[in-house]
Design a protein around this ligand. Structure first.
Ligand code: PLP
Length: 429
C-alpha cells in the first residue's frame, strides 16, 4: 500500500516537473545564449553552478545517484541533454547532473555548443579516434603527448586498422595535397614537451573533409580557443590546468558539430569511460579559478623563461613567449594574453644533480597544477617513444619540462638558480 502511494506521489511530482520543463523549453537555450555573452571570468564561475532549484544552495549538490526515477517507462524529457537542468536523467553512465554541469562550464569557456566528459584525457582522446572507421587515416603532429603516440601505435593502428602518419605541421610548405587522404588531423599547440606552435587556422583549412582535433591541454581555453580558429574538435586532459590541483584524472571533448556530438555521446555511454560525480565536482571547482591561475602562472612562467635564458647552466630555453622562440609571432597572434605555464629547457652539466637539487619544484609526471612540477620527458612522459624519434625531435635526456605553479616567483627563481648551479658544477668535477 505504502509502495503504491509512494509511486503515485513520485509520478505526480515528475509530471509536475515535466510540465515545468515544457513551459520552460526556452530556458536551456536562453541559459546557453546568456553564457555566450559572458566574459570567461564570469562564465567559469557561474555556468554549471546555478543555485540548486530545490534548495537554493549556491554550490549545487554532487549528484551521486546512479539511477533516476521514471514517471513511466522511457518517459524522460530532455534525455541525453546535460543542459536540461535536472531533468531527463535515467542512468549515470549515460548522463549525470554533476557531469553535465562540468560539461556546460567547459563548453562555455571553449565557445563550444557541446562538451562530453571522460574518465581521463586519454579516454577522451580514444573517444575521438572512435569517430573513425577501419581504413581511415590520421595525420598527427610529429610531436604529441607520448600517451597519444602509444594509443595510436599500439591500439588504433593494430586493433582498429587506422593508418597513422606524422608530420611537422610547423613546416610552412605543407599544403592541401599533403593532407588530402586524411580523415582526421591531430594537433597539439603548443606541443608537449618542446612547445612547438602550429597555425591552427591554416592547417584546419587544408582539408575540409578531415576532422581537425586540437589537444588544447597546454593552452586551456584561457589562452586559446581552437574551435574559433577553425578546428572541429577540442580535447582536454582536465587532469592538468583545468582542474589544476593534481587531485583528479579526467578528460573532455568539445565540439560545435551536432553530428560529432551525438557520436561522442554514443561512445561515452557505449564504452563507458565516464568520470565519477565527485571528480566532476572537484574539476568544476578547479575550473572556477582557471582565469586567475592561468594568468598568474603564465606571468611566473615568463619571468622564469627570461631568467633561464641568461643562465650559464642552461643550453636552450623553449617558451613561446620569448622572442627567440621560432614561432613567437604566430603564438602572439593565435594565443590570447599569455603563453601558458610550461617552460622547457635543456640544462648543461648533470641533469640528475639538477633535478635532485630542486627543493620547491617536485619531480613528478603531470603539469598545470598550483604546485610547480618538473619532469624529464625522455624518461617519463615520452619514455615509450622510440629512441630515434626522440632524437629527431630533440627530446634528449638533458631536456627538462617545468610546469610553473603559483608559488612566489622569488622562491622559484632561487630554487632553479641553486639547482642549475649544482648541476653545472657536477659536470665540471
Ligand atoms: C597534452 C596531453 N594530452 C593528454 C594527456 C593525457 O591525459 P590524462 O593523463 O588525463 O589521461 C596528457 C597527459 O600528460 C597531456 O600532456
Amino acid at each position: 500500500m505504502f509502495r503504491l502511494d509512494f509511486r503515485g506521489t513520485l509520478k505526480r511530482l515528475l509530471n509536475l516537473e515535466r510540465t515545468k520543463m515544457s513551459s520552460d523549453t526556452g530556458a536551456t537555450s536562453a541559459a546557453l545564449a546568456l553564457a555566450r555573452t559572458l566574459r570567461m571570468g564570469t562564465s567559469l564561475i557561474h555556468v554549471g553552478s546555478e543555485p540548486d532549484a530545490t534548495t537554493g544552495a549556491v554550490v549545487p549538490p554532487i549528484s551521486l545517484s546512479t539511477t533516476f526515477a521514471q514517471a513511466s517507462v522511457g518517459d524522460l524529457p530532455g534525455k541525453l541533454d546535460p543542459n536540461s537542468f535536472g531533468l531527463g536523467y535515467d542512468y549515470s553512465r549515460s548522463t549525470n547532473p554533476t557531469r553535465g554541469s562540468l560539461e556546460r562550464c567547459l563548453a562555455a569557456a571553449e565557445g563550444a555548443a557541446h562538451g562530453v566528459g571522460f574518465s581521463s584525457g586519454v579516454a577522451a582522446i580514444s573517444a575521438c579516434m572512435q569517430l573513425l572507421k577501419p581504413g581511415d587515416k590520421i595525420i598527427a603532429m610529429d610531436e604529441v603527448y607520448g600517451g597519444t603516440q602509444r594509443l595510436l601505435s599500439k591500439v588504433v593502428t593494430p586493433l582498429h586498422g587506422i593508418e597513422v602518419t606524422y608530420m611537422d605541421f610547423t613546416d610552412p610548405s605543407i599544403s592541401s595535397s599533403d593532407v588530402q587522404d586524411a580523415s582526421m588531423i591531430w594537433l597539439e599547440s603548443p606541443t608537449n614537451p618542446c612547445l612547438k606552435i602550429t597555425d591552427i587556422s591554416r592547417i584546419s583549412s587544408l582539408n575540409p573533409n578531415a576532422i581537425t582535433v586540437v589537444d588544447n591541454t597546454f593552452s586551456t581555453p584561457y589562452f586559446q580557443n581552437p574551435l574559433q580558429l577553425g578546428a572541429d574538435v577540442v580535447v582536454h586532459s582536465c587532469t592538468k590546468s583545468i582542474n589544476g590541483h593534481s587531485d583528479v584524472v579526467l578528460g573532455m571533448v568539445l565540439t560545435n558539430s551536432s553530428s560529432l556530438y551525438s557520436s561522442l555521446r554514443f561512445t561515452q555511454n557505449a564504452v563507458g569511460s565516464v568520470p565519477s560525480p565527485f571528480d566532476c565536482y572537484l574539476t568544476l571547482r578547479g575550473l572556477k579559478t582557471l582565469h586567475v591561475r592561468m594568468s598568474y602562472g603564465a606571468a611566473n612562467a615568463l619571468s622564469i623563461a627570461h631568467f633561464l635564458d641568461s643562465h650559464e647552466g642552461v643550453e636552450a630555453v623553449m617558451y613561446p613567449g620569448l622572442t627567440s622562440h621560432p614561432q613567437h609571432e604566430l603564438a602572439k597572434a593565435q594565443m590570447k594574453g599569455g603563453f601558458g605555464t610550461v617552460v622547457t629547457v635543456k640544462v648543461k652539466g648533470c641533469t640528475g644533480t639538477f633535478l635532485s637539487s630542486l627543493k620547491i619544484f617536485v619531480v613528478a609526471e603531470g603539469l598545470g597544477a598550483v604546485e610547480s612540477l618538473v619532469s624529464c620527458p625522455a624518461k617519463m612522459s615520452h619514455h615509450g617513444v622510440p629512441a630515434e624519434k626522440k632524437k629527431q625531435l630533440g627530446i634528449d635526456e638533458n631536456l627538462v619540462r617545468l610546469s610553473v605553479g603559483l608559488e612566489s616567483i622569488d622562491d622559484l627563481l632561487k630554487d632553479l638558480d641553486d639547482a642549475l648551479n649544482a648541476g653545472f658544477k657536477a659536470r665540471q668535477i
